[in-house]
Design a protein around this ligand. Structure first.
Ligand code: ZN
Length: 365
């Protein structure tokens, strides 16, 4: 009898301690970017999130674009259509039997790899997610190829702001004047994001887009001797054809911003400076993005930048002074708000094992 009483008390202590621990997180946002490819028919990062993160009402999952490589969701008659659907379905399977909400935004690859036909491709993917997959806890934003921003309050403590950074960078064929979008110019988009930030002081404001404002990876201009001598390895792993001198042109041109997908590009630079100015001195704003196939935490100036593009691949990233964390590994990140208003970020790498490789306090609300 005594032994039983002891066991009951022990059980209650463990249960109370356990629930106190999980109750201490009042809000959780999982960030997965660039998840548009399967590995042996599986999506290891989406599966890792299902295994490690409580998918309850406190949790929101955001897919940060480049959801289907290389060109987004093609038309139904295209030979790749069924495979593309499976890639998307595998990611959105995290919503099944979960209480969490799942949001998905587009990246440059979802806009037909930033080529002509991009608008059709991004609308096709949005309609497929919203009308065909049609899960009650999954939503593709922004709708109809519009830039956004979409403001999504998460309880009383956080606001998620989603916008389509590829709309900004896309050269043509994008909704503008007369499209019916809530913002039809770059100026209107920035102003609206500024309005949302200004009215949400005291909350975590997570501004999420596909393209990062800071990066110490490939798009941020990180090249090694390998790219100078074997530039083709950036196009295809293992393509070791030595092209010295000519090879150096490749990193040089990219450092000059010839690609709209690199942070040095003039249009991209303008987007960065406008957003940073808008966020100004509001320390509660955090920027999150994918695009780079790496995991990074950067504090440069007033704001934290999370790069969480390890959804299915990995590419090189340099550890720099402003980089608090960097990993060239598949994985994901998690922002959490505790009941004592602490905002923390954790990074998980996904390989043979799932490992929490970094956890740090950003600020207190
Ligand atoms: Zn991208």
């Amino acid at each position: 009898m005594k032994k039983n009483t002891f066991l009951v008390i022990l059980f209650l202590i463990i249960k109370v301690a356990g629930s106190a621990q999980s109750d201490s997180i009042i809000r959780r946002i999982v960030l997965i970017g660039d998840g548009g490819e399967l590995t042996n028919g599986h999506h290891p990062v989406a599966e890792a999130v299902r295994k490690t993160i409580p998918l309850n009402k406190q949790t929101t999952i955001v897919y940060l674009g480049d959801n289907i490589y290389e060109k987004g969701l093609p038309a139904p008659q295209h030979p790749f259509y069924n495979e593309a659907k499976i890639i998307l379905n595998s990611q959105l399977a995290v919503a099944d039997s979960a209480e969490s909400l799942v949001y998905i935004i587009p990246g440059n690859h979802d806009w037909n790899d930033a080529h002509k036909g991009g608008l059709e491709a991004v609308i096709r993917q949005q309609k497929y997610v919203d009308d065909s997959i049609a899960k009650k806890n999954v939503k593709f934003y922004p709708e109809r190829g519009c830039p956004g921003p979409v403001e999504l309050p998460l309880g009383n403590d956080a606001v998620l702001v989603l916008f389509d950074s590829q709309w900004w960078l896309q050269a043509d064929e994008k909704p503008g004047e007369g499209s019916g979008c809530s913002c039809t110019t770059k100026e209107a988009l920035i102003n609206k994001i500024g309005e949302i930030i200004a009215k949400n002081t005291g909350k975590l404001v997570l501004v999420a887009s596909h393209h990062p404002l800071k990066s110490n990876g490939v798009h941020g201009g990180y090249f090694t001797l390998k790219q100078h001598i074997f530039p083709l390895t950036d196009i295809k792993k293992g393509l070791y054809i030595p092209l010295p001198v000519i090879g150096s042109l490749y990193p040089l041109l990219r450092s000059l911003g010839v690609s709209r997908q690199d942070l040095k590009n003039s249009s991209y630079k303008k987007m960065i400076s406008k957003l940073e100015n808008t966020a100004g001195s509001f320390p509660n704003v955090v920027f999150a993005a994918g695009h780079e196939h790496s995991l990074q935490l950067i504090k440069d100036g007033s704001h934290y930048n999370i790069v969480s593009g390890g959804g299915c691949k990995s590419t090189r990233v340099k550890k720099k002074k402003n980089g608090l964390y960097a990993a060239d590994s598949p994985g994901f990140s998690v922002l959490e708000i505790s009941n004592t208003n602490q905002v923390t970020v954790s990074f998980y790498t996904v390989g043979e094992r799932i490992q929490k490789t970094y956890s740090g306090l950003l600020f207190r609300l």
